[in-house]
Design a protein around this ligand. Structure first.
Ligand code: APR
Ligand code: PHB
Length: 387
């Protein structure tokens, strides 16, 4: 089998890359370890920056996103029993975010790929990459296949094989946080029009949504939290406690139909490219979810890679490919900082040092009182255009 770009992984990074390459006349084969059903059902984040929406528009896969996605013009920061709105519209010159589940983005991209009748192979196993030839070998439907290509795009997420294949040349930067998020999906009407990020003595909580009748909420918990200790009634009680307001507040409750624990880490490898292998998305970096950046950052990487490949195939110009890693890493580190900033401002580690607690409170008050500080949060949250 032969192609120009072998794409390992059909998450947002791999699928957006495949689509952008299709529109630029570059051939690709996408290889995915899991089944179509699995990747379409996997519950993940759900906030799209304006530039991500623009990219999906350009890719021609945003029809359902515009019908069903929920456009938000701000968020609320809640602490000390009071809510403070961060008004994105006013602070960023009219920018907004769109709430639309990552698996919905993935469904739309898979449908477009299949409609174009381009290769997307699910349930491949034994994937191994040879970065210097370059080629990818794998097993599909019981047959061993060797796919030769010009370039390999490692879009296989944090637990994939591509990063491992070049581990010898990589420097790892990492921070693991002493807490995690317990996330739920519930059949209940959102209790607020916008997302609420709460800092409370009992820990962080986030109220988000997926539709006018489905909410997504998260509670800070310990990384080894046992879900069996969290019957629905305890989850609602804890969420209500953390979202308390001086004038009273109660969440709309409903059937919880999904529960999971997400660990929190910051992780970057440098460089993001070696020989003919280009890493993109979670394969190269992980951000804690507090800034809602994981999917946006993955898509920003592949936009850069798609343009570099377009120039390479159009005129043999390799400059975009050579600067790929450096170009991506500028945004990666800006977003790492923002995600770390949001995480540290909003969570209460067990046994929090009282000095740290005072600093955290001073920071929260500052972003809510100072227009300059609020602007900085807002421009990062809606997504910086250029970094
Ligand atoms: N071979 C083929 N596919 C693989 C392999 C492999 N050896 N290993 C993993 N995969 C697949 C996974 O099953 C997954 O579908 O690669 C895909 C990687 O997708 P994501 O994990 O969604 O990563 P990415 O596309 O970079 O998107 C980043 O996902 O984790 C969230 O919060 C993160 O929103 C961010 C986004
Ligand atoms: C979500 O809706 O899943 C979500 C929203 C905001 C975040 C993280 C996750 O910061």
């Amino acid at each position: 089998m032969e192609t120009q770009v072998a794409i390992v992984g059909a998450g947002p990074a791999g699928l957006v890359l495949a689509r952008l390459l299709e529109l630029r006349g570059v051939s690709s084969v996408v290889l995915e370890a899991r089944s179509r059903e699995y990747v379409e059902q996997r519950v993940r984040a759900g906030v799209l920056e304006q530039r991500t929406v623009d990219c999906l528009d350009e890719a021609g896969v945003s029809e359902r996103l515009h019908e069903e996605g929920m456009v938000h013009h701000g968020i609320e920061l809640r602490f000390g029993g009071v809510g403070h709105r961060i008004d994105f519209n006013a602070l960023t010159g009219g920018k907004s975010i769109t709430v639309y589940g990552q698996q919905e983005v993935v469904k739309d991209l898979i449908a477009a790929r299949l409609e174009s009748e381009l290769p997307l192979l699910f349930e491949v196993s034994d994937v191994a990459v040879d970065v210097s030839r370059p080629s990818v070998s794998f097993t599909h439907e019981g047959r061993s296949v060797e796919l030769s290509c010009d370039v390999i795009a490692g879009c296989d997420g944090f637990h994939g094989v591509c990063r491992e294949a070049i581990a010898d040349v990589l420097t790892v930067y990492e921070r693991v946080y002493p807490f995690a998020w317990l996330g739920i999906l519930a059949r209940s009407k959102p209790s607020s029009e916008e997302l609420i990020y709460a800092n409370h003595a009992r820990g962080f909580a986030l109220h988000s949504m997926r539709s006018p009748s489905v909410t997504r909420s998260y509670l800070q918990c310990s990384p080894d939290e046992d879900l069996d200790d969290w019957p629905d009634a305890r989850i609602w009680e804890e969420l209500n406690a953390r979202f308390e307001l001086d004038g009273g507040f109660a969440l709309n409750e409903g059937e919880i139909f999904e529960k999971g624990v997400t660990p929190m880490r910051s992780f970057v490898v440098e460089p993001m490219q070696h020989e003919k292998l280009f890493l993109a998305g979670d394969a190269a970096h992980i951000v804690p979810p507090t800034g809602a950046k994981g999917m946006n950052l993955a898509i920003a990487d592949v936009e850069i890679l798609a343009s570099a490949l377009e120039s390479f195939y159009a005129s043999g110009d390799t400059s975009g490919l050579e600067s790929y890693s450096e170009h991506c890493l500028r945004r990666v580190w800006r977003v790492q900082h923002f995600s770390y900033f949001m995480t540290s401002m909003l969570h209460r580690p067990d046994g929090q040092d009282p000095f740290e607690a005072k600093l955290q409170h001073a920071q929260l008050e500052y972003v809510c009182r100072s227009e300059a500080a609020a602007k900085s949060l807002a421009e990062n949250y809606v997504g910086l255009h250029e970094v």
